[in-house]
Design a protein around this ligand. Structure first.
Ligand code: URA
Length: 285
């Protein structure tokens, strides 16, 4: 039986369905069955020596025996949910004494599954000595493409909100996320993925030592403050983030700009939060 051609409108419908299910990225031309990858013990030997028959009377010195590298062995599957990876991330982060070291450690960390599907590591934006540090949730598609946090529509709203109290990325605020890689299809990150990134984010806050910390949205607020309270209860009330040396950083949980875009009526409450941040900065000056 001949293959039935699929009508273009049906192909488009299939693609739309994929996107609705969160499959909005291609990460390779061919599918890879990761369950079928060989174990490291069965991996082929990396280098083989090509056999050349012995020459009876070599007219000139024999050419060096060519070495032929076998194709690289597929990377063995790593158990990406191991609690050990969270510990590894914590140890690595704690060993970083400068921001440059921390950024390099995040960029070279291979323990987080999110990195495998992301295009870029999204570390931070703004000047590190800014008085305010904003921590959001996770890079979206625009941030993943450009490698910078909060550059899409919610980032533009974030910039306008901060600018309303005189803060810009050119010196007023520094911005990052609790996750450094975009979850595919913006899915909810697993607890292990959050734990690994949070280890780096906690060190990030230690190294920046902002005057005021702003947590944008419920996911960031719950993770950083280590609380089960939702953003509706947390927002607008000063919390405190304690650094390793006991310093308390005034911390304001507030709505995420993506929520404000969906629920413009909540902008009034966000404006109150912004005014509270502005006043706190004046009081601390
Ligand atoms: N939302 C976030 O929480 N962070 C970004 O960087 C972009 C959108």
């Amino acid at each position: 039986m001949a293959d039935a051609a699929i009508a273009p409108q049906d192909l488009a419908a299939i693609l739309r369905w994929y996107v609705e299910q969160g499959l909005d990225e291609t990460i390779g031309e061919e599918p890879v069955d990761r369950f079928a990858l060989p174990s490291p013990a069965a991996a082929p030997v990396a280098v083989t020596v090509a056999m050349t028959p012995p020459a009876a009377t070599p007219a000139r010195p024999a050419a060096p025996t060519p070495l032929r590298a076998a194709p690289p062995a597929p990377r063995p599957p790593v158990p990406l949910e191991s609690p050990q990876l969270v510990e590894d991330a914590r140890a690595l982060a704690e060993g970083c004494t400068t921001l440059a070291e921390l950024e390099a450690a995040v960029r070279s960390f291979e323990g987080c599954a999110l990195k495998r599907t992301a295009k870029n590591t999204v570390f931070a934006d703004g000047l590190p000595d800014a008085p305010v540090m904003v921590v959001g949730e996770a890079p979206g598609a625009d941030e993943d493409r450009l490698g910078k946090p909060f550059v899409g529509v919610s980032g533009q709203l974030m910039d306008r909100m901060m600018e309303a109290i005189g803060l810009t990325r050119a010196g007023g605020f520094y911005i990052t996320n609790i996750l450094f890689w975009r979850p595919p299809g913006n899915r909810t990150p697993t607890l292990a993925e959050q734990g690994m990134c949070l280890a780096f984010t906690r060190r990030h806050i230690e190294l920046i030592r902002p005057k005021v910390l702003v947590l944008a949205g419920g996911v960031a607020a719950k993770a950083v403050l280590d609380t089960a309270e939702g953003i509706m209860r947390l927002r607008g009330k000063w919390a405190s983030y304690r650094l390793g040396d006991g310093t308390e950083i005034p911390t304001m949980p507030t709505f995420h700009p993506a929520y404000l875009l969906r629920t413009p009526a909540s902008k009034r409450q966000s404006w109150m939060d912004l005014l509270a941040i502005e006043k706190k900065l004046k009081d601390l000056a």
